[in-house]
Design a protein around this ligand. Structure first.
Ligand SMILES: Nc1ncnc2c1ncn2[C@@H]1O[C@H](COP(=O)(O)OP(=O)(O)O)[C@@H](O)[C@H]1O
Ligand SMILES: O=P(O)(O)OC[C@H](O)CO
Length: 499
């Protein structure tokens, strides 16, 4: 019997391969960052070939150059940054263009054009999503309209579209020699091209965005065998799990009950609430999305509050301003003062996502006086993530008519104790961090392991979840409300900046 399950986590900043044992312990990790390409303000691209090369390297790295035998790996699951849109040629494997990253805002004009007739929510009933620069459908339309020859090739079935899961599975299963062209329901639910009820490509959406059907992958469940790896890096290992990274984190956190929620703090931060088999269309600026679908089991839906910039703001402080040397330094600086000194930082770098969906918003720092120091700014940077999460939680509670009792958290920023305490204070509920914080990769491993019988059922997985740390709220309501009011004022100042 195989000892392990592997997961490939193709994220916004890096690609990781993690090998887990049956208890969900991490056995080994391979990781490599890729280049962020910013050709113009608001444009963000990745080179798909670089990501593919890195994927091979990180798998080899996680196998510790062969010391973990492929036969010891029962299955591999894929999880990925969502919405990021790649197009490549079926016969040569060559990308037609760099992948357009989820944060890219170049489809702003298309969003306005479509919203002019019927408003921002005109496709919400069938796709769960508002019109926004975030989702893949309009990114694909932009590529088809702007890359010479692409539309012709797509209509002939020569050009393929995929989110990063699709791109990697196609390569791992043989690429130009007959690779499998598939995606899963969670990734497909972020394209704005899939109907959330039928779980199939929606003819109305394809017609509206002028997307040739032949270039789209087959939509599968999140947990089944899609094919096997044909390459020496992981020979004959079945690829048996595929989930967008935030959906994978929900699974990794074992949020299988309706009413359970998790928030993942990475480049952006994404809160998902499991709403069960019932699809709820949001009236509060949240997204309706597929939570997961295991094989032939019924689909589960989720409400999602997507925040584009959280850890990315810390990176910006480090890389663009040089104010800190490494991400963790933001905590030392922030802790050196008692509060934000009246300063608020609204990181609307890609517009504002949930619950506002303002493509014309841009970043602002508000409340500046001569009193404010860089330590206050560092504090405002961390607080921005907590306020954005509070806005999302309030929307979620209204939409789902529930009151959250606690929030499960994960992602790179949970290392920041100051942020986690402030988050608990702002939400006024305990914030709970599990022992394995690599929940995204773990969720993909769970999906793959369940498909091949490595784990039997959800109970097996629930047994693996344990608490490492809980932050309890300590702040009084007067202080909390005062801070939140300041934040909301600053948010308003960010609106309407882009013409
Ligand atoms: N101690 C810390 N304090 C604040 N932010 C941090 C800290 N450690 C990491 N981060 C931020 O977390 C993000 C990385 O988290 P990760 O979950 O790996 O992101 P992703 O999956 O989006 O690539 C980066 O944006 C980084 O700036
Ligand atoms: O790669 P991450 O962790 O930044 O996640 C990106 C999200 O999937 C975007 O929707």
């Amino acid at each position: 019997m195989s000892k392990y399950v592997a997961a490939i986590d193709q994220g916004t900043t890096s690609t990781r391969c993690i090998i887990f044992d049956r208890q969900g312990n991490i056995i080994s990790v391979g990781q490599k960052e890729h280049q962020q390409i910013y050709p113009q303000p608001g444009w963000v691209e990745h080179n798909p070939d670089e990501i593919w090369k890195n994927t091979l390297e990180v798998i080899a790295g996680a196998r510790i150059n062969g010391s973990i035998a492929a036969s010891d790996i029962a299955a591999v699951g894929i999880t990925n940054q969502r919405e990021t849109t790649a197009v490549w040629n079926r016969r040569t494997g060559k990308p037609y263009y760099n992948a357009l990253v989820w944060q890219d805002t170049r489809t702003g004009d298309l969003v306005n054009q479509f919203a002019r007739e019927g408003g921002q929510d005109r496709f919400r009933a069938q796709t769960g999503l508002p019109l926004a620069t975030y989702f893949s459908g309009l990114k694909l339309k932009w590529l088809l309209d702007n890359v010479p020859g692409l539309r012709e090739d797509a209509e002939k079935g020569e050009a393929l579209f995929g989110t990063m899961d699709t791109f990697l599975i196609w390569h791992l299963t043989g690429g130009i020699h007959g690779g499998t062209h598939v995606t899963d329901v969670t990734n497909a639910s972020r394209t704005q091209l899939m109907n959330l009820q039928t779980l199939a490509w929606d003819p109305e959406m394809l017609a509206a965005f002028e997307i040739p059907r032949l270039m789209l992958p087959l939509i599968k469940s999140s947990s089944e065998v899609y094919g096997s790896v044909v390459l020496d890096v992981l020979p004959n290992v079945p690829i048996a799990g595929d989930l967008g990274d935030q959906h994978a984190a929900l699974v990794g956190q074992t949020c299988f009950e309706p009413g359970q929620a998790k928030n993942t703090y990475g480049t952006g931060c994404f809160m998902l609430l499991n709403t069960g088999t019932e699809m709820k269309v949001s009236t509060q600026g949240l997204l309706t999305t597929v939570a997961y679908k295991f094989g032939n089991d019924p689909v589960n839906y989720a409400l999602e509050g997507s925040v584009a910039i959280s850890g990315a703001l810390v990176q910006w402080l480090r890389d663009n301003l040089g104010m800190i040397e490494k991400s963790s330094d933001v905590e030392t600086l922030a802790k050196s003062v008692e509060d934000n000194g009246g300063a608020y930082f609204v990181p609307a770098f890609s517009g504002l996502y949930a619950p506002y969906w303002k493509a014309d918003a841009r970043g602002v720092i508000a409340g500046l006086t001569r009193y404010v120091t860089k330590a206050h700014i560092a504090r405002a940077v961390l607080e921005a993530t907590a306020y954005q999460t509070l806005d999302v939680m309030k929307a979620m509670e209204k939409d789902a008519d529930i009151q959250l009792k606690s929030l499960r958290v994960d992602g790179g920023m949970v290392a920041n104790e100051t942020l986690m305490q402030f988050q608990a204070d702002m939400l006024d509920v305990p914030v709970v961090c599990p022992a394995v914080t690599e929940t995204t990769a773990l969720g993909a491993a769970y999906a793959a392991g369940l498909a091949v019988g490595y784990w039997k059922n959800f109970d097996d997985l629930r047994l693996n979840w344990g608490i490492a740390h809980t932050w309890d709220p300590k702040m009084g309501s007067t202080q909390r409300n005062k801070l939140h009011k300041g934040w909301l004022k600053a948010v308003e100042r960010s609106f309407g900046w882009e013409d």
